[in-house]
Structure formats: structure tokens, C-alpha cells
Design a protein around this ligand. Structure first.
Ligand code: ATP
Length: 395
């Protein structure tokens, strides 16, 4: 190879090297620009997230009146009513009086529509089409069961009797007694025995948990009861919506008033000989508005007291029916549990069982019960009559 050829060769090698370097750089460039696009996208997403976090919370409200597709009167959850615009993102067909909506905090424009009311209705009511509680599941309370049977069961099962005699059966009864004595249980058992559906609402929830919806919920409860008839409507803690009226009404009191008025209207509106019966429960008879105790409303008051020793034994028998008890007499437990209500006794039986399980035994002894009584009541030996009802703790 002469000198010229050598130079030529070197030049070609150099060019080839440069070409491959160029190719590499071009590839690298492509990779980098792809990465750049990816990072730009991520940046956009993060920016949008940040924007979302910066948006102030929305105010909840209910549409009261629709003036036009883009103008409505709303009641905001903060209190006052406003005439506001409906944002372009919201379909005006989704908005009718009663629709629950979200309002922008600054402009109060309607920016979103909440799901239908069914959600909170389902939360506020416990509906049991076929409760499985029977009168056999209730310990003690024989007289009370008899009275409830006469007042509720007879008119539902034999309405023709009342027609023939020409009298109206009571529409509603009021069960009065401390918490945990079996009032709910009794109402469920009546529903079971009469093949009726059971709807339960809790007075305090109607006015405190679902603010602004109390009266509407009462209306909905009775509407549903008529649809499901025969039906027992059970209103627990009725004192929360039916306490004596006070002179000065605060916003909260007005809410209670509206709910009570609706309840009275519903009670007056249905037929005494129909197949909807209302059972209410309270442990504060003294604070009830006399309006709810008038004839045609809750005109029967049935006292549901804490059980005596015999009653406690019956309740204990019910709750230990499936338990394997060894060398013990339940009447001893009944003696030791003075002042306890049904809910406490149920808790004691469960706790006694738990002590056995903890010691890996498949039978329960008197010692387990003694420890359970101590755990549930906080006391050993004889329990004082003034022991507060522990069902508050055990529900
Ligand atoms: P509250 O007023 O707090 O609603 P309540 O009087 O309605 O109380 P229940 O809810 O019926 O009481 O009772 C709670 C649980 O206690 C029942 O599910 C049941 O297991 C038990 N219990 C209460 N009383 C009796 C009873 N007389 N016989 C058998 N079990 C009972």
C-alpha cells in the first residue's frame, strides 16, 4: 500500500467512525425527546392535581325552585336561601326541586349534582321485610306482649272484628322504659307474628344526622310503609322529635318542630283500620309533647321496665340456649344480676362464652359468668338496684 492509499484508507475509517457517532447521537436525541415528551405529560398531570387541591371545598345545598334552566333557588347547608346560576357543566334536566347539589364557594353557582336521595334514605331507615324475631325470643314481658298483641296484632289480623263492633283500634303505641329492655325486639316480634314488614327510624338521627331532611324522611317512611303494608313503623327515641315545645325556637328546634308536625300529620292521615301501625319507644315520657299522646295518635302507653329476677332468668335462658353450660344453675346468675336489663344480660352471656374460649374450653362455668358479670357491670357480688343500665355501653 503506497502513501496515498494509506491516507485514503485513514480518511474512510475516520468518516465511518463519524457516521456511526452521528447515528448514535441521533438515536440518543430521539430517546431524549421521547423522555422530554413523557416528562411534559407528567408535569401536566401534576399541575392539574395541584389545581384540584387548590380549589376550595364546595357547599352542599338543595334546590328549592327552578326559575329557568340556568337559574335556581337553593337552600344552602349553611342556612340561607340563594338565587344562583347553574354552571354550563351541569345538565339542567338533572335539576328539579329537591335535587341535592354542590355550590361553588365564591360564586355559589351550581357546579355538581349529588346522587339521588335514596342514599341517605337507606342510611336513615332500617327496613326488614321479614323480621325473624318471635315472641319466644323475648324474656319476661308477658303482660306487655299480651297488651301489644291486643292493640296491634288483633286489628292487623282481624280488622273485621273492629268493624263489626264499630270502634277504631289504636293507630300507635308508645313503649316506655329504660334502654336495652327489649322495645325494639318487641316491635320486631309483632311484625313477625303479623307477617308485616318492619321499618325502623331513630328520632335523634332524623333531626341531627340528616339536618334539614327530618320532615321529608318522615313523609318517606310513611310512604314506604304504605307500599309495604302490612307494616310496622318503629320510631326509636321519639322524644328527640316530640319533646314539649319551648317558647323561643332556635334553628335546631324549628327543625324538630317541622319533623314533629309531619309525624302528626302522617299519623292523622292514615286509617286506623288500615294495615300500618306505628310503635314508638322512649325512656323520657316526662318531656313528651302531649300532642302526640292524643287519641288517634300514640294513645296506648305500655311500660317496659327492667326485668325482675324471674324475667332475668327467662332472658338468660334465651341467650344461653345454644351454650354448653357445665355444673351451674342460671338462677344464680339471675340473682347476681339485679338491675341489669336484657341487653346487659346478653352481653354477660357473650362475655362468659369468651372467657371459656380464651381458656380453650368448649363449656362455660359459673366462674366464667361471675367474671363476665364483673366485666360488664364493673361490680362483683350483688348488683345494686341503682346500677346504671349498662346497655348504654353495649347497645
Ligand atoms: P333502646 O331503647 O336502647 O333501643 P331497646 O329497649 O329497644 O333499647 P333492644 O334493642 O330490643 O332494646 O335490646 C337490645 C338487645 O338486648 C336485643 O337485641 C336482645 O338481644 C337483648 N334483649 C333486650 N331485652 C331482652 C328481652 N326482654 N329478652 C331477650 N333479649 C333481650
Amino acid at each position: 500500500m503506497d502513501l496515498n492509499e494509506l491516507e485514503n484508507f485513514k480518511e474512510k475509517t475516520y468518516i465511518a467512525e463519524l457516521e456511526s457517532k452521528l447515528l448514535r447521537l441521533e438515536l440518543e436525541n430521539k430517546d431524549l425527546s421521547r423522555e422530554n415528551t413523557q416528562l411534559k405529560k407528567e408535569n401536566e398531570i401534576l399541575k392539574r392535581e395541584l389545581d384540584k387541591l387548590r380549589i376550595p371545598p364546595l357547599i352542599l345545598g338543595t334546590v328549592i325552585d327552578k326559575i329557568s334552566d340556568r337559574k335556581v333557588v337553593v337552600k344552602s347547608s349553611t342556612g340561607p336561601n340563594f338565587l344562583v346560576n347553574v354552571s354550563q357543566f351541569v345538565n339542567p334536566d338533572d335539576i328539579v326541586p329537591g335535587t341535592r347539589i354542590c355550590l361553588n364557594q365564591q360564586t355559589l353557582a351550581v357546579v355538581d349534582v349529588l346522587p339521588k336521595e335514596k342514599d341517605y334514605r337507606a342510611l336513615a331507615m332500617e327496613v326488614d321485610e321479614k323480621p325473624d324475631v318471635t315472641f319466644e325470643d323475648i324474656g319476661g314481658l308477658k303482660e306487655q306482649i299480651q297488651e301489644v298483641k291486643e292493640v296491634v296484632e288483633l286489628p292487623l289480623k282481624k280488622p273485621e272484628l273492629f268493624e263489626k263492633v264499630g270502634i277504631d283500634p289504636p293507630k300507635g303505641i308508645l313503649l316506655y322504659g329504660p334502654p336495652g329492655t327489649g322495645k325494639t325486639l318487641l316491635a320486631k316480634a309483632v311484625a313477625h307474628e303479623t307477617n308485616a314488614a318492619f321499618i325502623k327510624v331513630v328520632g335523634s338521627e332524623l333531626v341531627k344526622k340528616f339536618i334539614g331532611e327530618g320532615a321529608k324522611l318522615v313523609r318517606d317512611v310513611f310512604k314506604l310503609a304504605k307500599e309495604k303494608a302490612p307494616c310496622i313503623v318503629f320510631i326509636d327515641e321519639i322524644d328527640a322529635v316530640a319533646s314539649k315545645r319551648t317558647e323561643s325556637l332556635t334553628g335546631g328546634d324549628r327543625e324538630v318542630q317541622r319533623t314533629l308536625m309531619q309525624l302528626l300529620a302522617e299519623m292523622d292521615g292514615f286509617d286506623a283500620r288500615g294495615d300500618v301501625k306505628v310503635i314508638a319507644a322512649t325512656n323520657r315520657l316526662d318531656i313528651l309533647d302531649p300532642a302526640i299522646l292524643r287519641p288517634g295518635r300514640f294513645d296506648r302507653i305500655i311500660d317496659i321496665p327492667a326485668p325482675d329476677e324471674k324475667g332475668r332468668l327467662e332472658i338468660l335462658k334465651i341467650h344461653t340456649e345454644r351454650m354448653n353450660l357445665k355444673d351451674m344453675d342460671l338462677s344464680d346468675v339471675a340473682k347476681l344480676t339485679e338491675g341489669c336489663v336484657g341487653a346487659d344480660l346478653k352481653a354477660i352471656c357473650t362475655e362468659a362464652g369468651m372467657f371459656a374460649i380464651r381458656e380453650e374450653r368448649d363449656y362455660v362455668t359459673m366462674q366464667d359468668f361471675e367474671r363476665a358479670i364483673e366485666k360488664v357491670t364493673g361490680k362483683t357480688g350483688k348488683i345494686n338496684m341503682t346500677t346504671p343500665h349498662l346497655s348504654v355501653m353495649y347497645g
